[in-house]
Design a protein around this ligand. Structure first.
Ligand code: G4P
Length: 529
C-alpha cells in the first residue's frame, strides 16, 4: 500500500460524552465489529465511578487500566481506526481537552432520557471552537426517553450545533421497533435478544409501500412516514463538506448495549469521517502527506510501577512516517533522540512497531524528556499549536513536609506537571509555589504519587483564587503596565513556561482590574490570541 493510501485509510477519533451516557459500551461494540475483541465486557471501563470522589487508590487502579484503553485501534473494512480515550469525569476534563487536539473527528454520545448534560456541553464547545467534525449518537433507545424531535432541538440549542438526522427511530422504549436508516435507505428492526446482524437489515427505498405496515404495523408505519416527512422538510440534506468543516452534524439513533444502530453509525463514519488532516504549527500548516516526519505529544502516562519511573509519551503522527531506531529532533530540547521500542496500539494490546503513519498514535518510553505539547520532527523547527493550559478551578499552596527530601519533591512536582496532572504557579513576590487543578481529586493524586513514586511528602494550604489569567500587553514598558505590576505584585505569578499570570481572587477584582488597566489583556487559557 502506498504512503498516501495508508493515510487515506486512517480514521483517528474520540468519543465524548457525559459519564454514563454509554461511551465505554459503544467503544466496545465498535471493537466487536472490528473483530478486535471477541466478546462484550473485554474493554474495562476506565471511568472513575462517581461515588469514589476521594478514593485515590481507586484512581491509581483506574490509571493502570487506562493505559491499555488510551488508544484502541482496529481494522474495519480495510480502514485503520484509532479511538482515543477521553475521560468523562469532570476532574479530568483537561486531559480530555488535550486529547481532542489529537483527534480528526469525534462521536458525541447522548443518553436519550437525560438529553444534553453538562460535561457534553463543555466538550462539544471545545470541538465546536476547533471546527472538529462531529457525529452525534443518541443512545439507549431501548429505554423510555425524550421525543426524538425534542432531542434534536435540544442538541441544536444547548450544543449550538446544526444537525441532520441520518437515521430515525421507530418508536422508543417499550415500543421501540427499530430504526430507519436515512443514509442507506433501509430498515433495521430491533429484536431484544441483542444478536442483531447485518442480514437483518431490510432495504427499503419506497416508504409508501404497504410492506411497511406489514413489517411494523399501521400506527408505527404512519408515524414513521410523518416523522420522515418532517425530517426532510425541516433539516438540511447531509453535505459532507459542511460536516467536515464543522458546520453540520449528522445524528444517529441506537442502543449501544443491544448493539443496535452501531453498525449503521460505523459504516457511515468510515465513509464520511476525515482521514488525518493538516495541522497548524506556529511556523506553517503541516500536511499529512509531507515526507518528513512530524508529531506532537498530547498525553503522558506514568507507569504503574513506582520503582521504574518510566512514562509513556503518546505522540500523534502528523506527517511523514515515524520509524523505529531513526533519530528525530526533540524541538524544545534541540536534541536528536532515537527510539528502539516505540509502541503501537492494537485493540487493547500494545506492541513494538517499525513504522507508523499520519493519524497513528505511537507510545514512547520516556524518562523525563517529554512534556505535553512537545514537538518531534525530522529536523525542521516546528511547534504545533493548540495544547493550551486552561485556568484551573482549585488552588492551594504546596509545602514541603519533609525538608530532607526537597530535591525529590521538586523533581516529583516538576514531572507531574509535565504529565499535565495539574499546573504550577510560582508567586513573583516570594517564590511560593501554588498548585492549580481542575478537580479537587488531583490534590490527593499528587500527594499520593509524590510519596509513592518520588519518596517526597507535601502538605497543602488553602488559597482562595477565582481564576488564573494569563496576562498580555503590547506595551510592557508603559506606565499602565508597570503600575499593574507594582499594584498587583501580590497576585502575580509565573507559570511553568515563565508566562505571567494574574491570580484574581474574585470575578469582581478581575473586572475592576480590567477596568483600571484597559490596555492589558487577560486570558483564561495559556494560548493567548
Ligand atoms: P460511560 O462510559 O459513558 O460512562 O458509560 P457506560 O458505557 O459505562 O454505560 C453506562 C451505563 O449505561 C451502563 O450500565 C451501561 O450498561 C448502560 N448502557 C449503555 N448503553 C446502553 C443502552 O443502549 N441501553 C441501556 N438500557 N443501557 C445502556 P451500568 O449499570 O452503569 O453499568 P454495567 O454494570 O452495565 O457495566
Amino acid at each position: 500500500m502506498s504512503f498516501k493510501e495508508e493515510i487515506a485509510r486512517r480514521r483517528t477519533f474520540g468519543i465524548i460524552s457525559h459519564p454514563d451516557a454509554g461511551k465505554t459500551t459503544l467503544t466496545e461494540k465498535l471493537l466487536l465489529f472490528g473483530g478486535a475483541i471477541q466478546e462484550a465486557g473485554a474493554v474495562k471501563s476506565n471511568k472513575i465511578k462517581k461515588a469514589a470522589t476521594s478514593d485515590f487508590m481507586e484512581i491509581e487502579k483506574q490509571r493502570g487500566i487506562s493505559v491499555s484503553t488510551s488508544v484502541l485501534a482496529f481494522l474495519y473494512k480495510d480502514k485503520k481506526i484509532n479511538i482515543l480515550d477521553t475521560p468523562g469525569h469532570k476532574d479530568f476534563a483537561e486531559d480530555t481537552f488535550r486529547t481532542l487536539t489529537a483527534v480528526d473527528s469525534v462521536i458525541v454520545v447522548i443518553d436519550v432520557a437525560k438529553g444534553v448534560e453538562e460535561q457534553t456541553e463543555k466538550l462539544v464547545e471545545v470541538c465546536r471552537m476547533r471546527s472538529i467534525p462531529m457525529i452525534v449518537f443518541i443512545n439507549k433507545l431501548d429505554r423510555e426517553g425524550k421525543d426524538a424531535f425534542d432531542l434534536l432541538d435540544e442538541v441544536e440549542q444547548k450544543l449550538g450545533l446544526r444537525v441532520t438526522p441520518l437515521s430515525f427511530p421507530i418508536g422508543m422504549g417499550y415500543d421501540f421497533k427499530g430504526i430507519y436508516n436515512i443514509w442507506e435507505k433501509n430498515i433495521n428492526l430491533f429484536s431484544e435478544d441483542g444478536r442483531k446482524n447485518i442480514e437483518d437489515v431490510i432495504s427499503f427505498e419506497d416508504l409508501e409501500s404497504p410492506e411497511l405496515e406489514k413489517m411494523i404495523g399501521q400506527k408505527s408505519a404512519t408515524d414513521l412516514r410523518n416523522n420522515l416527512e418532517l425530517v426532510y422538510e425541516v433539516y438540511p440534506t447531509f453535505d459532507r463538506n459542511a460536516y467536515l468543516s464543522g458546520n453540520l452534524q449528522p445524528v444517529f439513533f441506537g442502543s449501544a448495549l443491544n448493539n443496535f444502530g452501531v453498525r449503521e453509525l460505523l459504516d457511515c463514519f468510515i465513509q464520511i469521517a476525515p482521514a488525518p488532516r493538516a495541522k497548524k504549527a506556529e511556523e506553517r500548516l503541516v500536511n499529512p502527506d509531507e515526507t518528513d516526519f512530524s508529531g506532537f505529544v498530547f498525553k503522558i502516562h506514568a507507569n504503574m510501577d513506582p520503582k521504574h519511573r518510566d512514562r509513556l509519551a503518546f505522540i500523534k503522527v502528523v506527517s511523514g512516517t515515524f520509524e523505529r531506531n531513526v533519530a528525530y529532533l526533540h524541538v524544545r530540547h534541540n536534541k536528536k533522540l532515537k527510539f528502539s521500542s516505540p509502541n503501537a496500539f492494537f485493540a487493547e494490546k500494545k506492541e513494538i512497531v517499525d513504522v507508523s503513519y499520519p493519524g497513528d498514535i505511537v507510545g514512547l518510553h520516556d524518562t523525563g524528556n517529554f512534556k505535553i505539547g512537545d514537538t518531534l520532527t525530522g529536523g525542521e523547527l516546528l511547534h504545533f499549536k493548540g495544547i493550551p493550559n486552561f485556568s484551573p478551578l482549585h488552588f492551594r499552596y504546596i509545602n514541603n513536609a519533609d525538608p530532607m527530601k526537597t530535591k525529590q519533591l521538586d523533581k516529583g512536582v516538576d514531572q507531574l506537571m509535565d504529565e499535565g496532572v495539574a499546573q504550577l504557579f510560582t508567586l513573583e513576590m516570594n517564590n511560593r509555589k501554588v498548585i492549580g487543578t481542575v478537580g479537587a481529586l488531583q490534590f490527593e493524586v499528587i500527594q499520593y504519587r509524590l510519596e509513592h513514586e518520588y519518596g517526597a511528602k507535601c502538605s497543602y494550604e488553602p488559597l482562595s483564587i477565582h481564576k488564573a489569567c494569563w496576562v498580555a500587553t503590547d506595551n510592557p514598558k508603559s506606565d499602565e503596565f508597570l503600575d499593574f505590576l507594582r499594584v498587583k505584585n501580590k497576585f502575580l505569578a509565573k507559570d511553568k513556561r515563565g508566562q505571567l499570570v494574574f491570580l484574581a481572587d474574585s470575578a469582581f477584582t478581575l473586572q475592576m482590574t480590567q477596568d483600571k488597566y484597559p490596555s492589558i489583556r487577560f486570558y483564561f487559557t495559556s494560548e493567548m490570541e
